[in-house]
Design a protein around this ligand. Sequence first.
Ligand SMILES: [Zn+2]
Length: 253
Amino acid sequence: MRKLQIPRFQLSNIWIILGLAIAGLALGIFIDIQSQRATATDTLPPLKTHPLPATLARWEDETESGDYFEEVEVSEAGYLIWSQFPIKVYIELPAGSDRSREWAETVAGAVREWGAYLPIEIVERKALRAEERSPLGDIVIINKQPPISLDNMVARSAEARYEFDLEEIDNREILSHHFVIWLSPTQRGKYLSAAVRHEFGHALGIWGHSNDETDVMYYSQVRSPPPISARDINTLKRIYQQPTRLGWEFVGE
Ligand SMILES: [Zn+2]
């Protein structure tokens, strides 16, 4: 895991990027985490806890499998918690053939598996209005090789990154975030599903990895990808009980 500072951000309009990305978590053998962070914190919203979403409040693990909460990294904005539901997911349909539709369906199927635990809506681009939270969705999934950056020269098969935004809701300025997930077009079938399940777990806020290969958030790709585990959900539930600056109003000067 690495962190690097980026210069102070600039505010220009509603969709200003507030503090550029914190980064990417990748699946497979490429496990390092890039991290960029904004340096200005003076007017950021205070850390506060959101109400636990009903879907997670209902979750009880009868197997008492534990969690890997201590592996989850905290961003400068606190835990990467969504507080406006449903979380809007846009899946970019790659140009062309039936195969691309099949790809998008596989991706959507894996995304929906998380829908039992947090409210998720897969949206069409044109259904989104300009004033909605993001022009593309809270989480955008792209059929492209993850970009290679200066501090990460290794080609990855899948990666999730996030950026902070300043969002206006009812004339209040809210700190929010959005995610982009890149998936290499070469991935198919159960490995594609596994990659989506894993990266989407990062996008829901599990910003870290499990050391147990029966968890979706295990740090490496495995031969027989597991379904979402009780430990994955126990971890997710603990995250959503933590304070965050995301979803809260900026402090006036
Ligand atoms: Zn990962």
